[in-house]
Design a protein around this ligand. Sequence first.
Ligand code: MEV
Length: 325
Amino acid sequence: MISCTASAPGKCILVGEHAVVYGTKAIVTALNLRAFSSIEIISDKIIDIEAIDFQLQKKFPFIKETMLDKKFLPLKPIVNCCQIMINKFKLNKGMKLKIRSAIPSSAGLGSSAAVSVATVKAIESVFELNLTNDEISQIAFEVEKIVHTRPSGIDNFICTHGGCIQYSKKEQIKKIELPKNFSLIICNSEIPRNTGVLVEKVAKLHNKFPNITEKIFDAINLLSIKALESLKKGDLVELGEIFNLNQGLLEALGVSTAILSKFINIAKENGAYGAKLTGAGGGGCIIAISPSSKQKNIVEALKKIGGVPILTEFSQDGVKVEDLK
Ligand code: MEV
């Protein structure tokens, strides 16, 4: 076997971003938008990467750390991922990779983790390394740590395992079944942002006001616990209230923006039970929970103010091999 395509889902954090970095609970679900990584073994000892969505192609050295100029920065997680695999498993053949993704990048929907997870899976499949999903997630976590210095591990975990879960760094993962009437609107501001920068912004606030920010993290933790109950009961009105409270706390942490607030207010004015940013904030996406009868109105209203709604379905599937030859 010399080639493999693997895919991994994007993700959407329902409750608990940022605080999860400090060990609290968060609720996250995999989306049906996927990233695909195709790999072929080649005779030259190089890493040849083509990222179709970025229209970028470049050959990289096999092992050596590489300084990337700005244009090629989107390729960094993929190069890191390959080099980590080469070093860890003493791989001695070159690889040609093609990456494509239906997950909008820099939008808080887990595109970089999904690409890393799919790439680890594709490499482990062609080199027959027999890694478990937990090992795949752990390697993608190492890549996440290079890309942004303080990841909680939530993105690589959900992109590997799929489904909907309550996640925390230190506790058992709880699987959640989403209620049948669960209908979520995701809307992209298309303002790109960098997760690492926003995580550092919160870290600075935490250094300056540790006692106060920890109270905020504790409150977010309580919201995640409560949200699990609301989901179990199928109480979407209560979940909406939790979204609103969580958004207030994210604003207190300084990661929301005027545009995101505008989207959130429009969603609520048009019938959403609640809305909040999702992911790191600073741009990217908001989510809104509503009765299904109001969804169309909300989507239209968001479009009118420049939002880009994303069709969402949730995915039980985590990382998987699509094709192996
Ligand atoms: C990023 O998807 C979510 C953050 O909480 C960072 C992390 O958990 O690694 C902002």
